[in-house]
Design a protein around this ligand. Structure first.
Ligand code: C5P
Length: 226
C-alpha cells in the first residue's frame, strides 16, 4: 500500500503524541516523538551541569553535540522509548525540571540541525507519523498530511497536570500552566523554526473533542491521502 508522511504540530500538551501513537499503530507506521529528542538533549545538558542558575551554556552544549547519541528502541512495551547514549531516559525527560529548560535548548540552531537531520533520516521511507513543532514547516515540508493541533491553555495545562500527578510528581496546576504558556511563547517567537501552522496544515482544536473523535478525524484525513 502507498505510504505517506503524517506531520502533527501544535502547542505544548495538546495531546499530539497520544493521537500520533494511535494512528501509527493503526496504520503500522513508525511513530517519532521529536519532543522527546529535544528533552533528551536538555537532560544531557542538565546532567553535565551545562545548565546552571537557569542559564544554558550554549557554546559548551554545541561542542558536546557529537557526544550525544539518541535512539528510539522498543523494549517489549507498546512504544519505542528514547535512549540517551544507550540509557532509557523516557521517564526522566518528562519531569517538570526538564520541561523548564527544553524550550531554551530548542532555540539553539546547532541542536535543531542535528535533530532535524536524524528526524529526516527516520522518515526517509515514509510510513511515519511524527509530532513536534516544526515537522510540517521544516522537517517534512512535503508531508502529505499536516495537522496543527490547538486547545485552550487551561485545558492543556490540566491534561499535563493530571499526567504528572499520575506519575507521582509533586507539582501544582499553576506551575504547569505557567510552564505551558512559557514554552508556547519561546517556541513561537524563536528565530530558528518557530512554531507556526504550515499553510497547508489542517487545524484541529481538540478542546471539546475526546480521543476517539480526534483519532477518527485524523485517520479519515490520512485514508483520503493513502
Ligand atoms: O512535545 P514536547 O512538549 O515534549 O516538546 C518539548 C519541547 O521541545 C517543546 O516545548 C519545544 O521547545 C521543543 N520542540 C521543538 N521542536 C520539535 C519538538 C519539540 O522545538 N519538533
Amino acid at each position: 500500500m502507498h505510504k505517506i508522511t503524517i506531520a502533527i504540530d501544535g502547542y505544548s500538551s495538546t495531546g499530539k503524541s497520544t493521537v500520533a501513537k494511535q494512528l501509527a499503530d493503526w496504520l503500522e507506521y513508525v511513530y517519532v516523538d521529536t519532543g522527546a529528542m529535544y528533552r533528551a538533549v536538555t537532560l544531557y545538558a542538565m546532567r553535565t551541569k551545562m545548565i546552571a542558575e537557569g542559564k544554558v551554556d550554549t557554546p559548551k552544549l554545541i561542542a558536546a553535540l557529537p557526544q550525544i547519541n539518541l535512539q528510539f528502541k522498543r523494549e517489549g512495551g507498546a512504544k519505542a522509548e528514547i535512549h540517551l547514549n544507550g540509557e532509557n531516559v523516557e521517564k526522566d525527560i518528562r519531569h517538570l525540571n526538564v520541561s523548564e529548560y527544553v524550550s531554551p535548548v530548542a532555540t539553539i540552531s546547532e541542536v535543531r540541525r542535528k535533530l532535524v537531520e536524524q528526524q529526516q533520516q527516520m522518515g526517509e521511507g515514509k510510513g511515519v507519523v511524527m509530532d513536534g513543532r516544526d515537522i510540517g514547516t521544516v522537517v517534512f515540508p512535503n508531508a502529505e498530511l499536516k495537522i496543527f493541533m490547538t486547545a485552550s491553555a487551561e485545558q492543556r495545562a490540566q491534561r499535563r497536570y493530571n499526567e504528572l500527578l499520575e506519575r507521582g510528581d509533586t507539582v501544582t496546576y499553576q506551575e504547569v500552566l505557567e510552564n505551558v504558556l512559557e514554552r508556547d511563547h519561546i517556541d513561537s517567537t524563536r528565530k530558528d523554526s518557530p512554531l507556526r501552522k504550515a499553510k497547508d496544515a489542517i487545524e484541529i482544536d481538540n478542546s471539546e473533542m475526546n480521543l476517539e473523535d480526534q483519532f477518527h478525524t485524523i485517520l479519515q484525513l490520512a485514508k483520503d491521502r493513502i
